[in-house]
Write a protein that binds this ligand. Structure first.
Ligand SMILES: [Zn+2]
Ligand SMILES: [Zn+2]
Length: 536
């Protein structure tokens, strides 16, 4: 006789939706957003599956009346609900962890692969996922091959946009996070679209290359991130001359580019600057703009007037140095021993950015126990308003949207209030990890890492050198391409035996890169350096 495990192991997304009725898709998508611990909240035996969500308990068992049919019951709701959605979403996504499907064949640990083998394996992984995962594709242009496609993953409900521009790696574009950082020039969404359109379009259409209709400035996501320009073949010779220095090569001189774009627009051409390229350009311009000031401060922080004028207290030279460092980069990590005034540096960065970049909304995310301290210090060192997030959901929603310059919330609130937080345009997000965030792989940290802001700062208490996984995760928030994709990072820095067991870390597999990480993104404040007596 079949037991429930046999039935659940074959449960498809469609069947799961059907089980919850006409709105099944919605419940499974919403239910998939709960954070669930398989160990503590789930029971699965031969007779039933049970998910304990505190507010409700969902039990799935075989229907005694009908053979092979499932019975899904929520202890609170009589109709289909998010709890049931959560249970079914969990089963669909965690078949392996629940023991409902066989583990994949063992792979060679990535650490022992050569660069080329590594890339091949990562590509194979994505091809496999493109072939097996269920996705819905909607083209933006009807009956067009080279158009944009909205791709929705049916298991997670997440949608991304694929711009299909060619068959080769590096020619197309996807908005998903994997594409942005994997340096492969492709992702499972692009590959899935390619599979799909190969069948739908005739050979002669497939072999007609994409025609550029507008002049456009875009980012090319290869091993290096490059700003590039594309022009249509039909562009007149005068305009082609205007942009000639930018054709077929990465653009370094942004000022010149913007000047030439201006000329083209005056001549009546439409120039498309893609949002990610625009972000890239404004970051280059910003870094250039603050460069001189930052260099001036860092040359002699002890004597710089900002040491006394930036905050309503006198900064120690190393504190001002750390602040200037972070402001110079726009997105940075400040690693500071405990008790050396991380808060003061965080506030200093916000204040200097208010002067130099006109920022107006700062979100500080910290452990609950540090929220009041942040407010206290903000009120002590500045004349600005500070809003602590407290109260019930409705109250909290209004608080994020207040006119305060500073808003302080804790990590758990980010997960709960993410929709309200995302509605606000934050200029600077400061993560105070307190002593340390135990696990950067948790759902909270994934949500936190996905928050968007032009400026970002991570304040950390412990030296980063000993915490490679966390360093990777933190830097990923600051700049998700800085260390390259995870697979390359671990291949370079982690040494394992042939079974994949971690033996240790390579000191610096790629000297240029690791050296750059040390000075480029993370600023370590050491007490002996910091307590040099201020010059009076
Ligand atoms: Zn329920
Ligand atoms: Zn993608």
């Amino acid at each position: 006789m079949l037991d429930i495990k046999d039935i659940l192991s074959h449960l498809s997304y469609k069947q799961a939706c059907k089980l919850l009725g006409p709105e099944g898709e919605k419940f499974i998508r919403t239910g998939g957003q709960f954070e669930i611990s398989l160990e503590d909240q789930v029971i699965l035996n031969r007779d039933f599956f049970q998910l304990d969500m505190e507010e409700a308990v969902v039990t799935i068992s075989l229907d005694p009346m009908k053979e092979k049919e499932l019975n899904c019951v929520c202890s609170v709701c009589n109709t289909a609900c998010n709890h049931k959605g959560a249970a079914l979403s969990l089963i669909l996504e965690e078949k392996l962890a629940l023991g409902l499907s066989a583990p994949p064949p063992e792979r060679v640990p990535i650490e022992s692969l050569s660069e080329q083998e590594l890339v091949e394996q990562e590509l194979k992984d994505r091809i496999e996922r493109a072939n097996t995962q269920k996705m819905r594709i909607q083209p933006f242009g009807k009956n067009e091959l080279w158009t944009d496609y909205s791709v929705t993953n049916l298991a997670s409900g997440k949608s991304y946009r694929v711009a299909l521009r060619g068959w080769e790696r590096g020619e197309s574009y996807c908005t998903c996070p994997d594409f942005r950082k994997n340096t492969l020039g492709t992702c499972k969404h692009i590959l899935h679209v390619i599979n799909n359109v190969r069948k739908r379009f005739r050979k002669n259409i497939r072999e007609t290359p994409f025609q550029i209709k507008n002049i456009c400035v875009y980012l090319r996501y290869g091993t290096d991130l490059e700003l590039r320009l594309l022009i249509p073949e039909s562009l007149d010779s005068k305009s082609t001359e205007t942009v000639r220095p930018f054709i077929n090569r990465p653009i370094k001189d942004v000022h010149k580019l913007l000047k030439q774009v201006n000329i083209l627009e005056k001549e009546g051409h439409d120039v498309i600057i893609y949002p990610d390229a625009e972000e890239f350009i404004s970051r280059m311009l910003y870094c250039e703009q603050v460069k001189l000031k930052v260099e001036g401060i860092r040359k002699d922080p002890a004597r710089h007037p900002l040491r006394k004028s930036l905050l309503k207290t006198e900064l120690l030279p190393y504190q001002l140095d750390g602040i200037a460092f972070a402001v110079g980069l726009g997105r940075a990590v400040i690693a500071d021993d405990m008790g050396l005034g991380k808060t003061i540096q965080g506030v200093g960065v916000a204040e200097l950015l208010a002067q130099d970049a006109n920022i107006a909304k700062v979100l500080i995310i910290c452990p609950t126990s540090l929220k009041s301290q942040w407010r206290l210090e903000i009120e002590r060192f500045t004349d600005r308003s500070c809003r602590l997030i407290i109260g019930n959901a409705e109250e909290r929603a209004a608080q994020y949207d207040s006119h305060s310059f500073y808003t302080v919330c804790n990590y758990e609130q980010v997960l709960r209030d993410i929709q309200n937080i995302e509605k606000i345009k934050w200029d600077l997000i400061i993560l105070d990890e307190g002593q340390r965030i135990k696990n950067w792989e948790t759902k909270t940290s994934q949500v936190v890492k996905a928050l968007k802001s032009p400026f970002a700062l991570v304040l950390t208490g412990t030296p980063l050198e000993n915490r490679l996984e966390e360093l990777f995760s933190i830097v990923e928030f600051i700049d998700d391409r800085h260390l390259g994709p995870a697979f390359r990072f671990y291949n370079t820095y982690r040494v394992t035996d042939e079974k994949g067991k971690l033996l240790g870390y390579k000191k610096s597999g790629q000297p240029e890169k690791s050296a750059q990480t040390g000075t480029y993104t993370a600023h370590t404040c050491r007490s002996h350096k910091g307590t040099a007596a201020p010059n009076h």
